[in-house]
Design a protein around this ligand. Structure first.
Ligand code: AMP
Length: 405
């Protein structure tokens, strides 16, 4: 079965086509600048030069049509016919309290996703455009949706509630949802597999440290707590997001700087984090380079960034009454040995002892970076959200076929 995984943004569509027999990525790519002049389609097939096509792509339906044309292209394609795509899986950021697992798309599911537009105004409408665009191009093909929030629906009320009047939760569902669920789910299962232990026996802390960043406490295979909240702004310091801060700073800044609420919101989401403290970049590579050249602000940004991860690890070890393994994943977590060293440097009280040679190594496979004596394992596990979306879609579509037999 071939499954097309789609991640639709407001002006972009990313795609990966999987052969589920081998879980091999047949092709992947992205359409950018949808609705603007000079839209770009970039298409990659293993061992072949990347193809780039510039044209005018006014909407998501045309973008998906272009992707399908490319996948079946005589020279650059990997399929003979679009009928060779048996299912489509979409990433959807917000599933609210409605979705605690992946589901097949039907009229009711679309209605529920629309109801959640308020909670994810930048993301969910774009995902719906992606779903409609696939429907227009492949009307007979089943579609599934995989939510970033679903994995965290197992959090207990003591983790997900804010200590504010509960009427706000009842009326407007103001609560913590958490994000990066697909990644935390994927790497926690991979870690259990790597450790050779049933996930139901493990206490894991997964650290998804990329441009966006979050930690999760995963108790016996279920999310018990996570650092992002009602929106992805809460928790760790990120590339451009502030993470945790005193909410009183918002009205204070509005008064002192004569800013609007939207301007402060944009400051906290787009102009804070590593970028604000380093004054250099939101990209960890550039911050580390500047730090190594002696830039004191870059050093402070790097240390703050790591310190906050360390604090969450300490908190989650306490929340679960222990931890068996700490897992690093995503762009920074997988690639920056310096960041992992900085985070783990005062976790010896937990029994964490990094092996710096292992830490400095690289591998596309999960690996342990602690010494044999370390009481807690620290792992680096490359994440693969697209593969999990493809797997969930595959399971749902197999169920559909079994039911119609
Ligand atoms: P992601 O959001 O998971 O794609 O991660 C993107 C981030 O990973 C980028 O903003 C970079 O800061 C970071 N990154 C990628 N490679 C490295 C590296 N070798 N060292 C430090 N950070 C890296």
């Amino acid at each position: 079965m071939n499954i097309l995984v789609i991640n639709a943004g407001s002006s972009s569509v990313k795609y990966q086509l999987y052969d589920m027999k081998t879980e091999f990525v047949l092709a992947k790519g992205r359409v950018e600048r949808i609705g603007m002049d000079s839209s770009i389609l970039t298409h990659e097939v293993d061992h072949q030069p990347e193809v780039r096509e510039v044209s005018e792509i006014l909407d998501h339906t045309t973008a998906i049509k272009k992707v399908l044309d490319m996948l079946t292209h005589r020279k650059f394609g990997v399929l003979r016919n679009i009928a060779d795509i048996q299912a489509v899986g979409h990433r959807v950021v917000h599933g609210g309290e409605t979705f605690s697992r992946s589901v097949l798309v039907d009229a009711q599911v679309k209605l529920e996703i629309r109801k959640l537009f308020d909670l994810a105004p930048l993301h969910n409408p774009a995902h719906m455009m992606g779903i409609a665009a696939v429907e227009a191009n492949l009307p007979e093909v089943p579609q599934a949706v995989v939510f970033d929030t679903a994995f965290h629906q197992s959090m207990p009320a003591s983790s997900f509630l804010y200590a504010i009047p509960t009427v706000l939760y009842r009326k407007h569902q103001i609560r913590r949802y958490g994000f990066h669920g697909t990644s935390h789910d994927y790497v926690s299962k991979k870690s259990a597999e790597f450790l050779g232990r049933p996930i139901e026996t493990l206490k894991l802390i997964t650290c998804h440290i990329g441009n966006g960043a979050s930690c999760a406490a995963i108790l016996h295979g279920k999310s018990f707590d996570t650092s992002m909240g009602m929106t992805p702004l809460e928790g760790l310091m990120m590339g451009t997001r502030s993470g945790d801060l005193d909410p009183a700073i918002v009205p204070f800044t509005i008064n002192k700087e004569d800013l609007t609420l939207n301007e402060v919101n944009s400051m906290l989401n787009k102009h804070s984090g590593l970028l604000a403290i380093s004054g250099v970049s939101s990209d960890m590579r550039e911050v580390v380079d500047a730090m190594n050249e002696g830039n004191a602000n870059a050093k402070l940004a790097f240390e703050m960034y790591a310190y906050r991860i360390r604090k969450y690890i300490g908190a989650y070890a306490a929340a679960m009454d222990g931890v068996d393994a700490i897992v690093f994943t995503a762009g920074v977590g997988e690639n920056s040995a310096a960041l992992r060293t900085e985070v783990c440097k005062s976790l010896s009280f937990l029994g964490v002892h990094l092996d710096e040679t292992r830490n400095a190594g690289r591998s596309p496979e999960p690996r342990r970076i602690t010494t044999e004596q370390s009481r807690v394992d620290v792992l680096v596990v490359p994440t693969n959200e697209e593969l999990l979306i493809a797997r969930d879609t595959y399971e749902l579509v197999k169920g559909l076929e079994a039911n119609t037999r």
